[in-house]
Structures are given as C-alpha cells and as structure tokens.
Design a protein around this ligand. Structure first.
Ligand code: X2W
Length: 282
C-alpha cells in the first residue's frame, strides 16, 4: 500500500486525544485581512474551521479586512491614516469600513465556509447588540473600545451547529452610532465574554520572537509583560500581545499567536503534538 495513506491514517489516529480534549470547547479564531489574500488560503482556512465544527468544537471566526478597506478608500479618494496600529476613522471612513467588513469580507468568508460543507452565519457587533463600544481615543474618531458584550446569540448559533462569522463593527451606547473596532481587539473581547478555551490570533509572522530572534513557543502573561516593557515585543506585535493579556485576564484559558500563512495552521495548533506559534497561558 502507498506509504502516504498509512501516514494519513496514523496522523488521524494520533489526533484522537486532541479531538477528545477539544470536543465541546469554544475556539475564537481571528482571521486577518493579510491572511485572506488568495482564494486557496481562504478555502484552506474555511476547511479547517469546518473540520473543527465537525469534530465537536464550537469555532467563532472574527475577521479583519484592513487591506480591503484601504482598497475601497483609495478608489473613493479618501485618505487613510493609522495611529498606534489603529485607523483614524472619521464619518466618511466609518461608512466605508462598515460596508467593506460587513458586506464584502464577511460574506466572502461565510460563502467559503458554506462551500466547504459547513453552515455559517455572518454578523457584526451590532447584531443583537453583541458588542457595545465607547470611543477608544479622541484622536481616533469613530474607533470603538468594547465595554459591554452580549454573546448569547453566539451560544444560540453553537447550539444550532452554525459557525458565527463576526465583522468587527459595533454599536455605541447612543442611538445610531457606529464604531470601527480593531479586529484583534474584537476577537479578544468576544473570546473573553465567551470564556473561550482558545483564542487563536492568525498573523503573517511565525509567532513572538525573543531577544535572540527565536520564536518562543510558550510564555506566561508575566513574561509577555516583561517582553513588552523591555521592547523585545514591538511594533504590530504589541496590540496582539496586549489583546492576549486582556483576554487571559477575562478568563480565556490560553491565547496562541500563530502564522496563518502556514497551511492548516489551526489544525496544527489544536490537533497535533507539535502545536504552532506562541502559546500564552498563566
Ligand atoms: C480596522 C478593522 C479591520 C482590521 C481597520 O479599520 O483596518 C481599526 O484599525 P486586519 O486585516 O485584521 O488588520 N480597525 C480600528 O482589524 O483588519
């Protein structure tokens, strides 16, 4: 018999303890705009999520879409600026953000999951008042900081066997307010509110690096704080690391920062001994 098939059967057999460990658990996956560039990466990601659901995990996809927002803003001639990793969002910009994230990007992911044989429903933080925000910082305009979470709708979807796909756009305390929320921040808030077992932050780097430039496979929150203070964790990794710390504080069991460009990154992390990226846990 072809050795590859024997290896495939062995891989499945070795996954049993992990399948047992994660059955019934809640896993929040942040899927960033940079990771969805090509069709194949999108289909691969969708297949991983459908497989998770098939083996009894309750996955929630929280997506970004920064590059897609940039594209449409560019076509409309609206200039975009970032401050500390977040988009300065005026009235015209927040309308484009909502259109792109809840329309184009959200439906693309829902469709990819449906194409792989799963069931997905797309929502934003506005649906059922899932995520209620206040302004994060006066310099950022309509950028939201989640202050109140209502995640019952997600639990209802789990019970129906449906994979929720959430766009990081939220409502405010007042009527008819719209906030643009950073995708990592939204994923962290949702994971915290659900007391998720895992928050997987898919990025386009291989994980968190130490001072010697090597990927650190496991860290405690204290170690992460030290790495931020000493400047070893810098740039775009800071908001991800801060999201991880906050999610752990709110009761998420573990956060993994991993490379979404690696094929089947989510499966590698959850269902193999090898794991992937950097795991942060107390
Ligand atoms: C982000 C929301 C999308 C996002 C933005 O406007 O780009 C803020 O910066 P990625 O692809 O995950 O970067 N919001 C406040 O987070 O997209």
């Amino acid at each position: 018999m072809n050795r590859d098939w024997i290896a495939t059967a062995r891989t499945l057999s070795e996954a049993l303890p992990y399948l047992q460990r994660y059955a019934g658990s809640i896993v929040v996956v942040k899927f960033g705009g940079n990771a969805m560039g090509d069709e194949e990466a999108m289909a691969d990601f969708a297949r991983d999520v459908v497989l998770m659901r098939q083996v009894g995990v309750n996955p929630v996809v929280v997506h970004g879409g920064g590059p897609m927002i940039n594209d449409l803003l560019g076509k409309l001639g609206i200039e975009s600026k970032f401050l500390r990793g977040k988009r300065v969002t005026d009235k015209a910009t927040v309308e484009v953000v909502e259109m792109v994230l809840t329309g184009l990007v959200n439906k693309r992911i829902v469709q990819a999951i449906m194409d792989e044989g799963g069931r997905a429903v797309g929502l934003s933080g506005k649906d059922d008042d899932m995520m209620v925000c206040v302004a994060d910082d006066p310099d950022l305009g309509f950028v939201g900081k989640p202050v109140e979470m209502n995640v019952q709708v997600l639990r209802d979807l789990f019970a129906a066997g449906i994979i929720p796909v959430v766009a990081p756009v939220a409502t405010g305390m007042g009527p008819n307010e719209t906030f643009n929320v950073n995708g990592d921040t939204a994923a962290g808030a949702i994971a915290g509110a659900l007391q998720a077992d895992r928050l997987l932050l898919l990025t386009d780097v291989s994980g968190v690096k130490n001072a010697a430039g090597e990927i650190v496979t496991a860290m405690t929150p204290g170690e992460v704080e030290e790495m931020i203070e000493s400047g070893v964790i810098a740039g775009g990794m800071i908001p991800k690391a801060e999201t991880a710390l906050k999610a752990l504080e709110e009761g998420v069991r573990a956060v993994v920062i991993l490379d979404g460009r690696v094929p089947n990154a989510c499966l590698l992390e959850l269902f193999t001994e090898h794991g992937a990226g950097s795991l942060i846990r107390s």
